[in-house]
Design a protein around this ligand. Structure first.
Ligand code: ATP
Ligand code: MG
Ligand code: MG
Length: 349
């Protein structure tokens, strides 16, 4: 049997490992941390840093194909791995999504609508950016942000200096605040043969910048549903993508505004584990392994709720609630930390 290498050992790597194992693959994760969620279920754990070229080389040599669970892998590490084994999804998807400015530019060049944006490399750019984008706005670091970290909101231009101060001089972009009706996401997949399959869009609710719940079906019209899939397909094809991709969309009266993309399985796709025969993790492994994509048809309505920090206090009740529990095996509960999620089926599709 063949072995799939996974860069990153968090919960996404864990659930990818489980899916790979179900399909008869072995997995080897590369993760500097010791007791990480994926290490509990993967067959092999290469515990080394991304600057350890020798370990990266051994990792790549020990697997047949390499994928990843997060997009912020250092370029040099990717170069080392790619010289030995294919990386799927490919480098272009990583290059584009590692930097919000590159990502927004790529999406706009595809003819997709994004929030008005401008680069802010330093304090001197902020005035021009504000004039271009207007207020209210959000200042975001270009790299490494997740769960709303590295972001500051500006209600008016007067908040500019305070917002900038919170980012510690990191290169940033200023985005106009999109007055959205709701947020949805599409989890799309593209196979090695170029075929595309998308899961039904989910409706996302965020709290304090962190995804709280995803509900399927999303409140979308039939034409919006088609549109959402077309947006995802356009991105997948443009990147010559192989694997699963998350696309976050704002729903506005004038159509979709693309918020961001993630070149990997996505938190807002966790509902597929209990809403579809073939979930996003299996779909990703299928694509990466060069298998045909599976049928991601949704059989149930589902509400996915993230279990964050102190939500774990509810575990005794959740254990008996009949809902499907997915726990990540993280030893330490911390505020804002994703500890697991629960999928409640609310009816037949
Ligand atoms: P993730 O954990 O999804 O990767 P992130 O840290 O990359 O999150 P974003 O997705 O950019 O952050 O923003 C988090 C949330 O903040 C969005 O889901 C949305 O609710 C809100 N938001 C971000 N940008 C905008 C915008 N331009 N207009 C309106 N709301 C926004
Ligand atoms: Mg993000
Ligand atoms: Mg987001």
């Amino acid at each position: 049997g063949s072995t799939i290498g996974i860069l990153g050992g968090g919960q996404l790597g864990r659930m990818l490992s489980v899916a790979a194992s179900r399909l008869g693959f072995k997995t080897c994760i590369f993760e500097p941390g010791g007791d990480c969620p994926a290490s509990h279920v993967a067959n092999f754990h290469m515990k080394a840093g991304y600057d350890d070229t020798e370990a990266l080389t051994r990792f790549a040599q020990s697997v047949d194909v390499v994928t990843y669970e997060f997009e912020n892998i250092p370029t040099a590490a990717l170069d080392t791995v790619e010289a030995i084994r294919p990386i799927r999804p490919g480098r272009e998807a990583l290059r584009v999504s590692q930097d919000r400015l590159t990502e927004k530019t790529f999406l706009a060049d595809l003819g997709l609508t994004v929030a008005p944006f401008a680069a802010v490399d330093g304090a001197e750019d902020l005035g021009t950016a504000l004039a271009q984008v207007g207020a209210p706005a959000i200042l975001k670091t270009r790299r490494f942000g997740y769960d709303g970290k590295g972001q500051a909101r500006l209600a008016t231009a007067q908040d500019a200096d305070a917002a900038l101060a919170t980012l510690d001089g990191a290169p940033a972009i200023l985005e106009g605040l999109v007055p959205f009706e709701r947020e949805v996401s599409v989890i799309g997949a593209r196979g090695a043969d170029g075929s595309v399959a998308c899961f039904d869009p989910g409706e996302n609710l965020h709290e304090d910048g962190i995804l709280r719940t995803t509900t399927v079906p999303a409140r979308l019209s039939a034409s919006q549903r088609t549109d959402a899939v077309l947006v995802a397909a356009r991105i997948l094809n443009a990147l010559d993508y192989v694997g699963v991709l998350g696309v976050e969309l704002f729903v506005t009266p004038d159509g979709f505004v693309v918020n961001e993309i993630a070149p990997r399985v996505h938190n807002s796709g966790h509902w597929t584990q209990n809403g579809c025969d073939i979930d996003q993790f299996e779909q990703h492994i299928r694509a990466v392994a060069g298998w045909p994509l599976g049928d991601g048809l949704r059989h149930s309505d589902v509400v996915m709720e993230n279990l964050i920090g102190a939500d774990m206090d509810r575990l005794p009740d959740l254990r008996t609630s009949g809902a499907a529990l997915h726990l990540y095996g993280k030893a330490e509960v911390r505020a804002g930390r994703k500890m697991g999620h629960v999928n409640r089926r609310t009816g037949a599709a």
